[in-house]
Ligand binder design. Structure first.
Ligand SMILES: NC(=O)C1=CN([C@@H]2O[C@H](COP(=O)(O)OP(=O)(O)OC[C@H]3O[C@@H](n4cnc5c(N)ncnc54)[C@H](O)[C@@H]3O)[C@@H](O)[C@H]2O)C=CC1
Ligand SMILES: O=C(O)C(=O)[C@H](O)COP(=O)(O)O
Length: 361
């Protein structure tokens, strides 16, 4: 992706230390690298820092600002992947019939991820409740309080950034009191950041409220997991909700474009040109097929759940967690699968609204 005149040095994200940045022009990271005063101490000529992620809680932006170093993240790059992770979980754990007719999904944090989830659920005819105080404070309409969402939603999806200060902090946003307020039988999904839910309070709540069901993709203190919590949740995955191939490439492409801007180069080729054809590119189906079966064909969260559960109980659990993420298999987004053989019907509409590509008979 970079030209021959770029000297590319690859360093493990968790062990990058200040001396590596002496003489470096650009620093490109992912979420496991803490970019702060300590790391930047010897950075004498950095012209750009970029993270190929949506989340930026690992970046001390004040530290970059005071050094005058431009910073770029990749907003929205893997938002589809996270929305599809949540849809896959929801269709795995709840019956389609109940989803459409009785269940309400609450979305906490309605930005790129939460917004895409909202769009797909609404298109599917599933009821949603939205909570986003920062958007509400700007005068936007259509939101409910967190308290109301927790008491009314059958499925609660957390998609806020991790924020520790300011008017709307999200650190331990869902703690003992909020867990007690959840509707009976609620399913709580966290694919935002681990510390948005107080994991100790969650463990206690799971004892006191056996009716609650929990799915965690993100964990407090990653990569070290509280194994008792892993054993108590319905689906446990190693922070991979955003790991579609499209999401990863989009993030890299966004940073490559910023690099070109900073160094006065021509922009890279348009993004889709990088995407290979999906390994399962199309399927012919009959009208007996279910949405759940097609979702599972593209992404089955139980594969990640099994892999994570097999990685706990070892002294090097944290290393195994990182390894699962580093060697994550290629996963594609729903759009990459062309579904053939269906006539226009309720099923074909559902599949289209989920995000699949349809070629109608
Ligand atoms: N599990 C994974 O693999 C991934 C996790 N993420 C996490 O998801 C987060 C959200 O991603 P995006 O939607 O793209 O971010 P975004 O910045 O587009 O949206 C975040 C939304 O949360 C809202 N928000 C902020 N504070 C809030 C509060 N106290 N209560 C309720 N809402 C609040 C904001 O107003 C905003 O609308 C990221 O910051 C990242 O930490 C993102 C991608 C992948
Ligand atoms: O984009 C984000 O924010 C995420 O959480 C990423 O999916 C995390 O990926 P890594 O940077 O940890 O590989």
């Amino acid at each position: 992706m970079f030209g021959a005149d770029v000297d590319l040095v690859k360093v493990a994200g968790r062990t990058l230390s200040a001396e590596y940045l002496k003489g470096a022009d650009v620093l490109l990271v992912r979420s496991v690298t803490q970019v702060n005063d300590a790391l930047l101490a010897q950075a004498n000529q950095l012209k750009m820092v970029g993270t190929a992620t949506i989340g930026t809680d690992h970046i001390d932006q004040a530290s970059l600002d005071k050094r005058g170093i431009p910073f770029f993240s990749a907003p929205g790059c893997n938002a589809n992947a996270v929305a599809e992770y949540v849809l896959s979980v929801v269709f795995s754990l709840r019956e389609e019939e109940a989803l459409y007719n009785h269940l309400t999904v609450g979305i906490v944090g309605v930005g790129n991820v939460g917004g895409r989830l909202q769009q797909r659920l609404t298109a599917l005819g599933i009821k949603v409740l939205l909570n986003d105080p920062p958007r509400q404070a700007k005068g936007e309409q259509g939101f409910v309080s967190l308290q109301e969402l927790l008491s009314r939603a059958d499925i609660i999806c957390c998609h806020t950034p991790l924020i520790t200060d300011g008017d709307f902090p999200t650190y331990h946003l869902i703690a003992q009191e909020q867990l007690a307020a959840c509707k009976a039988g609620a399913l709580i999904i966290n694919a935002g950041r681990g510390s948005v839910i107080d994991n100790q309070a969650l463990l206690i709540a799971l004892d006191e409220r056996p009716d609650l069901q929990v799915v965690l993709d993100v964990w407090e203190h990653e990569p070290r997991l509280d194994e008792s919590l892993v054993n108590r949740v319905s689906i446990a995955t190693p922070h991979i909700a955003g790991y579609s191939l499209e999401g990863k490439l989009r993030g890299t492409h966004m940073l490559r474009s910023r690099f070109a801007d900073i160094f006065g180069e021509a922009p890279p080729a348009a993004f889709p040109s990088y995407l290979p054809k999906a390994a399962i590119h199309h399927v012919h189906v009959s009208d007996e097929v279910t949405a759940k079966a097609l979702i599972r064909l593209v992404y089955d969260p139980y594969c990640d759940d099994r892999a994570l559960r097999a990685s706990i109980g070892y002294q090097d659990q944290a290393t195994r967690f990182d390894r699962l993420r580093k060697h994550y298999p290629v996963r594609r987004e729903f759009e990459s699968l062309v579904i053939k053989g269906l006539a226009e019907s309720q099923l074909s509409n559902t599949l289209k609204n989920l995000g699949f590509t349809l070629e109608l008979a």
